[in-house]
Design a protein. Structure first.
Length: 212
């Protein structure tokens, strides 16, 4: 039986990462946060002192990246995120990482991939596609509280502006813009707990697994 793929997309701080990890753990599937793959390429470039505006160098690094050892705590650093946003717009880098993500998706018995273009570009034939979203205000509040809880300092208005800026960049780019797949199930978590979102997602997944 082929790998069962669950594609989860959505904007920053909508809850898709937490939901994806819960789903993967529940079904015993492999999990990949595809955003970390771009951050891993960015970190490799930064560590080697290589330029962030040379597409050929970035593509070579992307081809060689190992998806098995992605460390979320290390890759979550702000400077790595800023660098990742610069290389993520390079078509050849995206092509290389999409190929790697598709290889990951083929792992048995199944895989959960979350990102911005999983249901539309990476795995358009996935039997389950979820689009997890929430209002920009709610997402900014979550991000702000996350920073404060982690001992950092933040100004809500600046976090909110950053969320809006990121949305505009993700949804407005020419290559693989963020948007729901036509057959994606929409989960708006603005007023939904992560447990409620998980239960809703399970209903969709269980129904699809019966047909698989």
């Amino acid at each position: 039986m082929a790998s069962f793929i669950i594609a989860i997309d959505g904007p920053a701080a909508a809850g898709k990462g937490t939901l994806s990890r819960l789903i993967a753990a529940h079904y015993g599937f492999h999990h990949l946060d595809t955003g970390l793959t771009y951050r891993a390429v960015a970190k490799a470039l930064l560590d080697a002192g290589l330029p962030l505006d040379d597409e050929g160098v970035a593509e070579k690094t992307a081809i060689e990246i190992d998806l098995a050892g992605l460390n979320r705590s290390v890759l979550s650093q702000h400077r790595i995120g800023e660098a990742a946003s610069k290389i993520a717009v390079m078509p050849s880098v995206r092509r290389s990482l999409v190929a790697a993500q598709r290889r990951f998706a083929a792992k048995e018995p199944g895989a959960v991939l979350d990102g911005r273009d999983i249901g539309t570009v990476v795995c358009p034939d996935a039997p389950v596609k979820l689009y997890v979203t929430a209002s920009p205000e709610v997402r900014a509040k979550r991000r702000y509280e996350e920073i404060i809880a982690g001992g950092g300092s933040a100004v809500f208005d600046e976090v909110f502006a950053d969320v809006r800026k990121r949305d505009a960049r993700d949804m407005g780019r020419a290559d693989s813009p963020l948007k729901p797949a036509d057959d994606a199930h929409l989960l708006d978590t603005s007023e939904m707990s992560i447990d409620a979102a998980f239960l809703a997602a399970r209903d969709f997944i269980d129904a699809a697994l019966k047909k698989h």
